[in-house]
Structure formats: C-alpha cells, structure tokens
Design a protein around this ligand. Structure first.
Ligand SMILES: Nc1ncnc2c1ncn2[C@@H]1O[C@H](COP(=O)(O)OP(=O)(O)OP(=O)(O)O)[C@@H](O)[C@H]1O
Ligand SMILES: [Mg+2]
Length: 325
C-alpha cells in the first residue's frame, strides 16, 4: 500500500453553489480533502449535507463554482476524460439503461472500458453471481426490486478495475444479507488495491469498512479521521465494567484517584469506570484489585457507538451557509 505521499484525491477550497430564482445554496463549501492511495474512505452527513454533490464534483458530473481538484493524478477540470477512465461510480440514483437487461448493462459497460465480448460476458456473469442477482440477470431495471437494482449498479461499477471507486449510498435499501455480500465484495476490491470512497447513512457500514471517515455538515468537513479519532473528538466516554472476586468498594475508591477515570460507580462486586482513555485501564485495575486482596473475574469495554459519535459531532456544528442573492 502506498504511503501518505501518494494522494489519489486532492481538493483545494472546493465549492459548489447551486443557483436558482429564489436564491443560492452553498452545497459544498471550501472543502480541502486529501485521500491517499489504498484508503477506504467514508463520507457521512445528514440528508442535504453535500455528499452527493461532492461525489458528483470528484467524478466530473458536477462543475465546481470555485476551487481545484485532482483525482487519480489528473486535474478534473483540465483532464476529465483521464479522470473518467481511472474511476468507477455507483451513483445515488439508478442510472442503468432501462432498455437493456442487467447483464447487457454490465457487458456494455465492460466493452466501453475495453473488454472483449467474451471477457465482458464472463465477468458480468461472475459479478451478477457475486452480488446474488444472477436469477434476475435477464430482466430490465424496471422489472427488478430496488435492492436488486442497487446491486446491479455495484456489479456494473466493478466491470473494470478502477483506481478509485466512488459509491454513493451503495447499500441503501439493500437487505442485511445482501449488504454483507456487498461488503465482502468491496473488501476484496479494496484488498486488490483500489481506493474506495463511499457515502452511507449506515454507521455500521462505515465502521465495518472505512479506515477514515469525514463528517460533512452543510457543505463543510467538520471532523475527519479514524473511527477512534472521531470517538475521542466527540468526547464520548468508554464504559469499562469490571467484575471482582469480592466487594468493590476499596478498589472503587482507589480507581477514583486515577486521572484518566472521570466517574466511578460500584455495586457489590461490580465496578463501572467511565473514561476517555480506556487503554491499559483494565491492567491498572487488576493491580489495584490485587493490592486489595481481590482479583478481576471479568472485564468488558463498551466504546461509544459510531451512531452516538455522529449525532454528537453533527449537533456541535454551527448553522451552515445560505447566501441570499
Ligand atoms: N441540482 C441542484 N440544484 C439545486 N440545489 C441542489 C441540487 N442538488 C442538490 N441540491 C441541494 O444541495 C444540498 C446538498 O445536496 P446533496 O444531494 O449533495 O446532499 P446529500 O448529502 O447527498 O444528501 P442525501 O443524504 O439526502 O443524499 C441540498 O440542500 C440539496 O437540496
Ligand atoms: Mg446524496
């Protein structure tokens, strides 16, 4: 995997203002973003936060109002064709050709990216199978379910091997079993070296797949980093529950003196510690327990869920831009 000196996506002050008769709306507001080769990157944000607009800008579909961006080593403004050849996109709205069957859609896409007819047919068959939709391969998009259509779009995006794969809510409306199928497929694509950027409203999806996540709020990136970094930025505490071999009172009093512990509760043999720094805490409590003539019989750590982190980080931010004409 490439190091941090190998950006695949770079934006500088990237801005998109949608103009209409009633006013202007800043959908993407001065975004500076860098995603390195080999990353699995997640873009989270509420409805209307600007995720699809940002994906549209990076994939040459939407023209920026201001700012610069490079994708896969090329300027999106000056070399859009080079960018198009290097990427693959699963858009939020279904864009399969309604005249063609799912299989034909995939084959046609493969041919456009230089595959031979037989190669395209074989690859399409395999991907339709991997996405679990081989039984509806000969139907048009109108005659398949919403979730099957989403999976067909993902399969189409994998017909060629892009440097960067963009997925805008790939598993929206996809059932739990099929979602796991898609996750495994994406993990394989990522392991083979493709950089992946996805948007999702499923926090579990981001947690499962993404090494880094950006939170977009009214067009601005308000937090960025690994899920753990976002947890610590959100200031939410981890709860460590420890079961002791006897009454926890003495150990609770000692734990209360530890600087990394913000709150202590104890009830009989059970001790509950609240902390921002869970690393190494259980080991220290084991020592405290030994000094009190006790031992630890079990210990569990409950980190705050990414859902709570998201809600905390998105509610902390200021009202966003709205520019009257
Ligand atoms: N073509 C357009 N013209 C005018 N405004 C638009 C247009 N497309 C999007 N917007 C507005 O820009 C903002 C960002 O929209 P965008 O689709 O990027 O959000 P999103 O984060 O993808 O939301 P969702 O989670 O609902 O998909 C919204 O307020 C939306 O109403
Ligand atoms: Mg969207």
């Amino acid at each position: 995997m490439a190091g941090p000196s190998d950006p695949v996506i770079e934006t500088k002050a990237l801005t998109k203002v949608y103009k209409s008769k009633t006013g202007s709306h800043v959908a993407v507001d001065g975004v500076n973003l860098r995603v390195d080769k080999g990353e699995f990157f997640g873009l989270l944000g509420s409805n209307g936060a600007g995720k699809s607009t940002l994906i549209g800008l990076l994939t040459t579909v939407i023209k920026p109002t201001r700012g610069r961006m490079r994708v896969a080593g090329a300027s999106v403004k000056h070399r859009p064709v080079a960018v198009k050849r290097a990427i693959s996109v699963v858009p939020q709205r279904n864009s399969l050709d309604p005249q063609l069957t799912l299989a034909e859609n995939l084959e046609f896409h493969g041919r456009m990216f230089g595959l031979g007819a037989r190669q395209a047919r074989r690859r399409a068959t395999r991907l339709l199978q991997e996405c679990g939709i081989e039984d509806v391969a000969s139907r048009t998009i109108r005659r398949v379910s919403g979730g099957q259509g989403r999976r067909a779009l993902i399969a189409r995006a994998l017909m060629h091997q892009p440097q960067v794969l963009f997925l805008d809510e790939p598993t929206a409306g996809v059932d739990i079993k099929a979602r796991r199928l898609v996750w495994n497929l994406l993990r394989g694509v990522h392991a083979a070296g493709t950089t992946i950027v996805l948007t999702t409203h499923y926090l579990e999806e981001a947690q499962e797949l993404c090494g880094r996540i950006a939170i977009l709020n009214r067009g601005k990136i308000t937090a960025i980093g690994s899920p753990d970094k976002l947890r610590s930025e959100a200031g939410l505490q981890t709860v460590v529950t420890i079961q002791l071999s006897g009454d926890a009172e003495a150990v609770a009093a000692a734990a209360d003196q530890m600087p990394e512990v913000t709150k202590v509760e104890h009830h009989g043999d059970t001790l509950r510690l609240y902390t921002h720094k869970p690393d190494g805490l259980i080991r220290e409590v084991v020592f405290l327990a030994e000094s009190a003539g006790l031992h630890v019989t079990s210990a569990t750590t409950a980190a705050p869920s990414l859902d709570r982190v998201f809600l905390t980080l998105t509610s902390k931010t200021q009202p966003g831009p709205s520019v009257p004409v």
